[in-house]
Design a protein around this ligand. Structure first.
Ligand SMILES: OC[C@@H]1[C@@H](O)[C@H](O)[C@@H](O)c2[nH]c(CCc3ccccc3)c[n+]21
Length: 452
């Protein structure tokens, strides 16, 4: 094991070290104690949607094992834990009545974290929309902005003084690109017209929740974006144009309006007649000032012009000279530094947090002699922490790092086939085993990066 502190990668005093999860991916018992169904209950139970027919019915059984998992977090020396709340556990219909038993689960979790000296970072929405709201149009219904703010208010008031750092929405781009454009994720729609509308209502809901937070909440609030930097496959003009379209459709579609810049002009080129504009009042609501921004970062991509690749007309060129993870993502840590510097500039120096970073590699289904050796994940973790440190050295106001993920869990439509955990889960026995990457991470936290 790592023993010496090199000191070359010491992080700033007070840097926040944690790990992240999401409700539907770890909790299980999604219909217990009065909870309502979410779109992921429906989507995962619809044949053909999920690898190996996997669902979140059990997942990591965190709904029952949350005390054990807090003890696991302590063994990992975690200072913070990023989790999401299941909207339909708290409000079974998504609006109106509150399910006190559902809210009580999160109340116990938050108190357990605080007692363990672990700071709770709460994400209001990580993809699991109440099915009852989807029946009313979900993200396509403009009323969802108020429904979301009302839901946020329940949590802001319940956890006032205990949860100090809030994230509104995890990854608008994935919700829209996966759920409404390509259909790979719930609710499984395929429409560019819907994508524009859903994306806009997600941003409006974020703004409405921020406004409501300013009225009833306490602490800091921000949004969590996935940013995947785009590097042109060549210096040919058509590849640079493809890069711009890909960057606009994935990275700037949501960032620009949040920063008060409206939609990037390339979006109209991408969506054509499906592109539409919206009233200025919407953009004023969307650009509510926030206190921080979360960055979910995994990889970069290198697009080339591809006229047949709907709708962006760009296709990533595989960078065979670098390793790729089990999800097919290139391992290229320097791009994390580039992204952090770019985001720092794009947000005029807003405090940033890496709210997700991690990698899926093949791990065995069970531990051997109480160990799970995951050298590739160890390497990925070390090199991306160094890249994050390099960004701090370039002036980026980076406040923390949340490893994705605390546990092996349900990788959405890929089921349990992709393991991102720094802790191994044996899904036959629910036994947890800290992987070598988790043992390293615990050392990194204890030395504030000194062992890197
Ligand atoms: O795929 C690993 C994790 C998911 O398990 C998280 O729930 C989600 O927040 C998340 N976002 C990303 C990066 C964006 C992305 C997601 C899915 C597919 C391609 C890119 C990676 N991840």
């Amino acid at each position: 094991m790592i023993t010496k502190d090199t000191g070359n990668y010491l992080f700033p005093e007070g840097f926040l070290w944690g790990a992240a999860t999401a409700a539907y991916q770890i909790e299980g018992s999604s219909m217990a104690d009065g909870a309502g169904a979410s779109i992921w209950d429906r989507f995962s139970h619809t044949p053909g949607n999920m690898r190996d027919g996997d669902t979140g019915d059990v997942a990591c059984d965190h709904y029952n094992k949350w005390r054990e998992d807090i003890q696991l977090m302590k063994r990992l020396n975690l200072q913070a834990y990023r989790f999401s709340v299941s909207w339909s556990r708290v409000m079974p219909e998504g609006r109106g009545a509150i399910n006190e038993k559902g809210l009580a689960f999160y109340d116990r979790l938050v108190d357990g974290l605080l007692e363990a000296g672990i700071e709770p970072l709460c994400t209001l929405y990580h993809w699991d929309l109440p099915a009852a709201l989807d029946d009313r149009g979900g993200w396509l219904n403009p009323d969802i902005a108020d429904w979301f703010a009302d839901y946020g208010q329940v949590l802001f008031e319940k956890f006032k003084g205990r949860v100090k750092t809030w994230g509104t929405i995890n990854e608008p781009w994935v919700i829209v690109d996966g759920g409404y454009l390509h259909g790979a994720l719930a609710p499984g729609h395929r429409s560019a017209f819907e994508a524009m509308i859903a994306g806009h209502n997600i941003l409006r809901a974020h703004g409405a929740a921020v406004k409501r937070f300013r009225q009833v909440g306490e602490g800091d609030i921000g949004i969590v974006l996935n940013i995947e930097p785009k590097y042109p496959a060549s210096d040919r003009p058509e590849d640079e144009a493809a890069r711009r379209r890909a960057d606009a459709q994935m990275n700037r579609w949501f960032l620009d309006p949040l920063m008060g810049r409206g939609y990037p002009q390339e979006l109209e080129d991408v969506y054509g007649e499906a592109y539409r504009d919206f009233p200025q009042a919407d953009f004023d609501l969307i650009a509510q000032p926030t206190d921080w921004m979360g960055l979910n970062w995994y990889t970069r991509s290198v697009p080339e012009n591809a006229p047949d690749a709907w709708p962006v007309r760009a296709r990533p060129v595989k960078q065979v000279q670098h390793a790729h993870t089990e999800t097919g993502w290139e391992v290229y840590p320097p791009a994390l530094t580039d992204t952090l510097v770019w985001l720092h500039e794009q947000t005029n120096g807003l405090p940033l947090m890496i709210t997700e970073n991690g990698s899926a590699w093949y791990d065995p289904p069970h531990a051997i002699d109480g160990r799970v050796h995951d050298p590739m994940r160890v390497e990925y973790l070390k090199n991306h922490l160094k890249a994050a440190h390099d960004a701090i050295g370039k002036g980026v106001d980076l406040r923390g790092y949340m490893a994705w993920s605390l546990l092996d869990n349900l990788e959405w439509s890929l089921g349990y086939s992709k393991r991102f955990g720094i802790t191994h889960v044996n899904f036959q026995t629910q036994e947890r085993t800290i992987k070598d990457s988790g043992l390293l991470y615990a050392e990194v936290i204890k030395s504030n990066g000194g062992v890197l």
